[in-house]
Design a protein around this ligand. Structure first.
Ligand code: ADP
Ligand code: MG
Length: 865
């Protein structure tokens, strides 16, 4: 702790903590996304002083000998130095004048006054003490021209150490000025680079404040706020990119909706990437650190600070879960359901719950925001509430169709990219709509190969992917400004259709496909399927080309297909997906009359019945249809009921007892299998880590995770064995959260007791216990070997047609069968059903004795052959 000479302790307590926090790389990454322009580092301060002195000398020479008699380098140097000084001084000024966002004074008048308040030291001011300290130190240091002094004297006080923590700040900054070594690169070069870095920073800050004002919603700020005050529920409709998601919530904060931190504002997003990316952008705009005043909450990942976060971006599913904890959502003063037109299951349910809540909480404001589709439907649903239309700009977009249907849309997309690049002038970035991560990675690889081959024959292209599982640091890259004479190609899923807006797009290439969660009646499960988009979607996609100026859209399908084959509107998720989880949630919220629950679109009775059956077979409902204790417990887990059943069995079932740790690990791994392996995921991982006798993919995942733990969570170990370190870190996090829930529900202690009690008994092997736990949860995912030699799905719920499936070649089970020539197992449990060229089952667990099914899933056993 720092102690001042007069014995006063810890005057600036934030500083030390801050320094420690910034040591942590995760935090550093977070800070990197922050415009550096918000800080003035020690090095910059020294640079300013030194450059000033150097410039003085140069200018003195210029006066003495005449400017034209100086060398060219000296002349240029004068210009550079003047510019550097200019920018640094501006920066310093802007920091000491504006840099304070007064959250707790956010009631509108106070807010505006305070923003303009200068940097005087007010003991009671909520402005960060550290920042005040920095500002004073800096202005003092500069005014007194004592660049090398570590001791700063504040008038009226005694000596203090120089606690302005500049080192920490330099640490996390990201630009070249802090890593280039002046001695190595030579002074002039150094100055040039510094200048460039400073200009970039400045631009970023200017762009932020300018873009904010240029956005269409800005003009309607006052009208919008008035409409929100006058109406408890308001629908806001506007062209994508008009600023609904990023600006509206900020207006609410500025207008005092948080009442000095007493209330929060929640903004829901249908997609995880949108929630995190937008939160990060808004934190930048509000000049706060992500996770503090502005945070996000998505499943398995929450970045908020209790008592501090006032604006929270979250997935719609997370808000739904909050209803369980507090059915009045009493900590919120305003809830914005964003991207309502997406009509995800969670959004639809939220709308129903909120409709009911508005009658109980008259003070709660609801904003429904939607792109320009089906707004009247929302209004009718919400007692004919008003619709606020934000007129947007949209430039004309030329639509081009293919003349014939293309059999391989991915190749067609890639060809089109190069067609555009070689014929259309720069600038003008390209946005390509594809369906998923795998496809995007493949496309990126292809494009980059071609670019390599073409070399200098074309202008540079750089490719930026964006999809749901992309790590957050990389998400930011899509927003990077395209350098001159260069073209950015963004490969996106339909996340870029309305949720994220990338500036500078002039060309859109649309595959016309989307991955959709669909309910497969023959299996009673939901699967991600690639399906053609609706007309509304492809029109929305085309619109992305017309934001900055006239644009062009290339559709990889025919005009005939557009008019004759595409549906008008996308189907809302509620009519096409498995409802078990939602039904369980509604039941535990006390909504028993499922048929009359207010919904924009009702699910079919068959779908409802199926999910009730499924819940009954899991033991979440009793025969009267009311929720059981197990059912309530399942609601507490942040995962599908089947997984919670597995976890519960692992800890408590007579036959699996003591397998909790292992099962939680496997469940966590199963949530992240898509990005576990580096390189071709469909290949078997040929690594030592997973060699040996492995019967199932489940045991393989368990082994991978445990080996990683055993190797101290090592990154190098991951690299050596071709696993993605980031994915395993996420698994670790998921595991931690599941374990926390287990602890809360008493499962951990039950598991320990079971282990202790059975220490002397002969127990089932671990494999068997894990298999049993999974059978208890996933009895509907069991395939049986038929007399014709192929597997068909049995399914625990009602009779099903029994489609034929094949074990995916990537599965350990498939490998074992191929390599050992073993007799195929009669029954196999699988976690994923994949429709590609054939119906594959993935992540498989062989059941080598039918008695396991008899014990764990008697209702299914009766129906086996
Ligand atoms: P809407 O919700 O109405 O579609 P948004 O509020 O998402 O609009 O976007 C408003 C503007 O903010 C867009 O022009 C977009 O380019 C910009 N923007 C959003 N996120 C970022 C980001 N991470 N980086 C740079 N610009 C961004
Ligand atoms: Mg938006």
């Amino acid at each position: 702790e720092r102690t001042s000479s007069n014995g006063e302790q810890n005057k600036y307590p934030d500083t030390k903590k801050f320094k420690e926090e910034t040591k942590n790389t995760a935090n550093r990454d977070e800070l990197k996304r922050f415009p550096r322009y918000n800080y003035f580092s020690k090095r910059e301060k020294i640079k300013l002083d030194r450059t000033t002195k150097e410039l003085e000398l140069l200018e003195a020479d210029a006066e003495k000998y005449g400017l034209s008699n100086l060398t060219k380098t000296e002349q240029e140097s004068i210009i550079t130095k003047r510019e550097i000084i200019n920018i640094l001084k501006q920066k310093l000024e802007s920091i000491s004048s504006q840099n304070s966002f007064h959250l707790y004074d956010a009631s509108s008048t106070q807010y505006h006054n305070n923003v303009h308040e200068k940097n005087g030291y007010h003991k009671d001011s909520k402005k960060s003490r550290q920042r005040q300290w920095e500002e004073r130190q800096l202005s003092y240091a500069i005014n007194h021209n004592e660049p090398n002094s570590e001791d700063i004297i504040i008038p009226g006080t005694k000596h203090y150490d120089f606690v302005f923590d500049e080192e920490a700040m330099i640490d996390y900054t990201d630009d070249a000025t802090d890593v280039i070594n002046e001695d190595e690169v030579g002074k002039n070069d150094y100055d040039q680079r510094l200048l460039k870095a400073l200009q970039d920073e400045k631009e970023k800050v200017l762009t932020i404040s300018e873009t904010r004002k240029k956005l269409p919603v800005y003009q309607y700020r006052e009208d919008l706020l008035k409409a929100i005050h006058d109406n408890q529920i308001l629908i806001v409709v506007g062209e994508t990119g008009s600023g609904k998601t990023t600006q509206l919530p900020q207006y609410l904060v500025e207008d005092g909706f948080c009442q000095n931190g007493k209330f929060q504002i929640a903004v829901t997003q249908p997609r995880r990437v949108a929630a995190t990316s937008v939160a990060s952008r808004v934190a930048d705009e509000m000049n706060v650190i992500l996770g503090q005043e502005v945070g996000y909450s998505i499943r398995f990942d929450e970045k908020t600070t209790p008592d501090k976060t006032i604006l929270k971006y979250m997935t719609d599913g997370m808000l739904l879960r909050e209803f369980l904890i507090d059915p009045h959502l009493s900590k919120y003063s305003c809830i914005m359901i964003d991207e309502a037109h997406e009509r995800t299951l969670a959004t639809d349910i939220l709308l129903g719950l909120l409709k009911d809540l508005t009658t109980r909480r008259k003070d709660l404001r609801i904003l429904i925001s939607s792109a320009t589709m089906n707004a009247t439907k929302f209004s009718e649903f919400f007692f004919n509430c008003p619709i606020f239309n934000v007129p947007g700009r949209r430039f004309p977009v030329d639509i081009h169709y293919t003349c014939q249907p293309e059999s391989n849309y991915l190749n067609a997309c890639i060809t089109t990219i190069f067609q555009i690049h070689t014929t259309q002038p720069l600038p003008g970035d390209i946005l390509v709509f594809l369906t998923g991560q795998e496809e995007i990675e493949k496309a990126q690889e292809n494009i980059e190969n071609i670019v390599d081959k073409l070399g200098n024959n074309i202008e540079p292209i750089f490719v930026r992917p964006i999809y749901a599982n992309l790590p957050q640091e990389q998400q930011e890259l899509i927003f990077q400004k395209t350098p001159k004479n260069c073209r950015k190609v963004v490969l996106a899923t339909n996340i870029a259709e309305t949720s994220l807006t990338i500036d500078g797009i002039k060309f859109v290439i649309d595959s016309g496909y989307v991955k959709e969660n669909s309910f497969i009646p023959s299996t009673g499960m939901s699967q991600l399927l690639t399906v053609p988009c609706s007309r509304a979607s492809v029109d929305q996609r085309a619109g992305r080309a017309g934001r900055v100026g006239p644009g062009k859209c290339f559709r990889i399908f025919t005009k005939w297909s557009y008019y004759n084959e595409l549906e008008m509107m996308p189907k809302p998720e509620i009519v096409r997906t498995n409802l078990s989880h939602t039904v369980l949630l509604l039941l535990s919220l006390g909504v028993t009359d499922l048929i009359n629950f207010p919904l924009l679109d009702k699910p079919t009775i068959t779908a409802l019945k199926k999910s009730l059956e499924q819940l009954y077979s899991l033991g979440a409902l009793n025969s009267k249809g009311s929720i059981t204790q197990l059912g309530r417990m399942m609601c507490d887990f942040p995962c599908e009921p089947q997984y919670s059943k597995v976890i519960n069995s692992a800890a408590t079932h007579e036959q699996c007892k003591g397998a909790l740790d292992e099962c939680v690990t496997v469940v966590s791994m199963l949530h992240e299998t898509t990005s576990l392996f580096i390189g071709k995921k469909n290949n078997n991982p040929n690594s030592v880590a997973v060699k040996g006798e492995l019967e199932s993919d489940h045991m393989m995942y368990l082994k991978i995770y445990n080996e990683w733990v055993h190797n101290n969570y090592s990154k190098i170990w991951c690299h050596d064995h071709h696993f993605q370190h980031k994915t395993l870190l996420r698994v670790r996090n998921i595991r931690q959260q599941l374990m926390n829930t287990c602890k809360k529900l008493g499962l951990v202690s039950k598991n320990e007791i079971a282990l202790r009690e059975s220490a002397n008994e002969i127990m089932n092997t671990l494999e068997t216990r894990v298999a049993k736990a999974f059978i208890s949860g996933f009895s509907m995912n069991i395939a049986e070997l038929g007399s014709n030699g192929s597997y068909h799905i049995v399914g625990a719920v009602s009779s099903s047609g029994g489609i034929d499936v094949v074990i995916h070649p990537s599965s350990v089970v498939s490998r074992n069968l191929r390599e050992s020539g073993k007799k195929p197992y009669k029954h196999i449990l699988y976690q994923q059903l994949m429709y590609t060229s054939r119906e594959f089952i993935k992540d498989c667990l062989p059941i080598n004795n039918v008695s396991l099914i008899k014990e764990m899933a008697p209702q299914l056993y009766k129906r086996l052959n």
